[in-house]
Design a protein around this ligand. Structure first.
Ligand SMILES: Nc1ncnc2c1ncn2[C@@H]1O[C@H](COP(=O)(O)OP(=O)(O)OP(=O)(O)O)[C@@H](O)[C@H]1O
Ligand SMILES: [Mg+2]
Length: 600
């Protein structure tokens, strides 16, 4: 493993040595630390191995091509690996350079778009060299600059998986998220339990004390069952995690393990790691290349109030994340190079949140920011019509029960407010038998600090349409408007969860609801997860939605909740031949198919 930092690695063909050494000397004169096999390695040391290690602690890479082309990269694997780490994973500059004697810029055997060639065929031009040196130095400064997370920053990564272990009715399960996902299942199958886990992780990432995230406090309501019903009975430990997609080449995986004791919940272990992927020619995700641990916690004494966090952007041959016990047993790989001193953290809060408030190096900062912001962006909405009827204070964030819907709309800047009111009117007008002509919110009172929601209803063609305020609106209309307002106001990149989304809605409006969720969610890049029992809504889902439906059910042998993608059920084609998903669900045929292999 690398123990020394370099500014630039020169990947080259041995036959160009004189020109390469000359360039390396010039770079050195500019004050750069240059990694050149000739200078750094014993002659018998395999330079491929050394290069693959050193690239992780190097701020830039140059690919030098001379008269003999890009040989010895002829099998291209090593070059691809180096570029994948430097350019794709670490986002460092990779600079291709033409040396004297190279006829034409060659096609590099890479999926990444690296073809901004620097032309040194007629010798190294000082002006160009200085520009390159400046870029490398700027990169180094950026990489070394400690950063603290800005909680108001845009959400750049999306939650794609939720992992549950010994949480409520689950022993081990995964829930997948797509731009639009649906969770179905019989009563007590575990749907709300899975969503509670998401809520807990979101609270923990936003800084709630773990005890308060379960038990509630002045600012948040208790999760159902509080501390007592968090871990799977009769246990007292649970583990939750998420996978977050940062871009085509990068996923982050985050996992926390907690223990409940009496009226307290404490952290037992926490880890964050990054998985890198190669990209194909179209820039799409291809093979997984490596896993890099970003941080993990040491084992701690049960009574200790602190836990030690090892920050170690560290490439591992094998992940040790499956269970915390195993992480502890495996300890750190022998080759581990600590880049940072271990930091103590409180066991009462997530390490993720605690690190977000501390200066971090670039790799860890990017990962912590991506995961913390995407988890904080999870919004679980349960619009309660009776709470939405009142005047509400002007505010910039919708409450989880949508009680301040009027205040949120009325507080928008004029143009945005108009846009939202038009969208609300467009969809709400299709709800009743006749028409809703306009939905809008207005500030009221002497100081205009509160607002009320109104709609103009059109029942007969005679006279002006009567205006109704929220106090007189129907429950179904209010819930529908609450969901649409969340879709229109939540930040792009966030995840919106709505349980029993069709509650109070007439079955004939199921298609409208579905269209609204998919269209507005897609336009605004807000991912949506809904649960439903409604056969009309499920029937309205065409076969193109089948891959996004997950079924929660109980395993008859263990009694634990399971989550299975509908499309993974072996007998699905036979089932779908019997009718649409709603009919299958009403008749319990999906559960029957799932249990057909169970031992009872
Ligand atoms: N700590 C726990 N250990 C084991 N099982 C638990 C625990 N907490 C809750 N459960 C189980 O979870 C069930 C409730 O599941 P959940 O609330 O997720 O159902 P649901 O699928 O949302 O159903 P509905 O459609 O009725 O809302 C309870 O009946 C109980 O059996
Ligand atoms: Mg439920």
């Amino acid at each position: 493993m690398a123990e020394k930092y370099f500014d630039v690695l020169l990947a080259h063909n041995g036959s160009d040595k004189p020109a390469v050494i000359a360039l390396a000397e010039r770079l050195k004169k500019h004050g750069l630390m240059v990694w050149l096999d000739e200078w750094e390695l014993r002659p018998d040391y395999p330079w491929e191995k050394a290069a693959a290690n050193i690239i992780e602690t190097t701020y830039a890479m140059m690919i030098l091509v001379g008269k003999d082309g890009i040989f010895p990269w002829k099998d291209s694997d090593l070059l691809r690996r180096l570029v994948s780490i430097a350019f794709t994973a670490l986002k460092r500059p990779v600079i291709p350079v033409l040396l004297p004697g190279c006829p034409l810029p060659p096609d590099l055997p890479l999926s990444q778009n690296i073809n901004d060639w620097v032309d040194f065929r007629d010798g190294v031009e000082e002006k160009i060299l200085s520009r390159i040196v400046k870029e490398i130095k700027r990169e180094k400064l950026q990489a070394l600059k400690p950063r603290i997370i800005d909680w108001e920053a845009d959400i750049s990564a999306t939650v794609t998986e939720l992992h549950l272990e010994n949480w409520k009715s689950f022993d081990a399960a995964k829930l997948y998220f797509d731009p639009f996902s649906v969770l179905i299942g019989a009563n007590a199958s575990g749907k709300s339990n899975a969503l509670d886990a998401l809520q807990f992780l979101s609270r923990a990432a936003s800084g709630a004390l773990l005890t308060a995230a379960l038990q509630g406090d002045n600012s948040v309501q208790a999760l159902r069952g509080g501390i007592e019903w968090a871990a799977r009975c009769p246990g007292t430990a649970f583990s939750l995690g998420v996978k977050v997609r940062a871009d085509n080449a990068t996923d982050y995986e985050y996992r926390m393990e907690c223990k409940t004791e009496g009226s307290h919940c404490q952290l037992v272990a926490e880890q964050l790691w990054q998985t890198n992927y190669d990209l194909d020619e179209k820039g799409l995700r291809a093979n997984k290349t490596d896993d890099i641990y970003l941080y993990l916690t040491d084992a701690c004494q049960p009574e200790s109030p602190v836990i030690i966090v090892q920050l170690l952007p560290q490439k591992l041959v094998q992940k040790h994340y499956v269970s915390t016990q195993r992480v502890q047993a495996a300890a750190l790989p022998k080759s581990a190079t600590m880049r940072e001193l271990p930091r103590p953290a409180s066991r009462a809060q997530s390490v993720l949140f605690q690190l977000a408030g501390q200066p971090l190096n670039l790799e860890i900062y990017e990962a912590v920011a991506a995961v913390a912001l995407s988890l904080r962006g999870v919004f679980i909405l349960d619009p309660i019509p009776s709470h939405m009827r009142d005047y509400s204070p002007l505010s910039d964030r919708l409450a989880p029960d949508a009680r301040n819907i009027a205040g949120v709309i009325a507080a928008m800047p004029e143009a945005k407010r108009k846009e939202i009111e038009d969208k609300l009117t467009f969809y709400a007008s299709q709800l009743p038998e006749r028409d809703i002509r306009r939905v809008y919110a207005e500030p009221v009172g002497k100081f205009k600090s509160d607002a009320m929601l109104y709609c103009e209803e059109h029942w007969t063609d005679a006279g002006e349409p009567p205006t109704v305020d929220a106090r007189g609106m129907s429950d179904g209309t209010l819930r529908f408007l609450g969901i649409l307002t969340a879709l229109l106001t939540r930040p792009a990149g966030s995840l919106l969860v709505v349980e029993e989304v069709d509650n109070g809605l007439h079955p004939s409006r199921a298609r409208l609801l579905l269209e609204m969720l998919r269209t507005v969610g897609g336009e605004r890049r807000v991912d949506v997860l809904v649960t439903t029992h409604n056969p009309a809504l499920l029937d309205a889902m065409e076969t193109d939605l089948v891959p996004f439906i997950t079924v929660a059910y109980r395993d008859f042998a263990t009694g634990c909740s399971r989550l299975t993608l509908l499309e993974d059920i072996d007998q699905l084609p036979k089932l779908l031949a019997q009718g649409a998903v709603g009919r299958l669900s009403t008749q319990g045929l999906i559960e029957q198919a799932l249990h057909s292999g169970d031992k009872v």
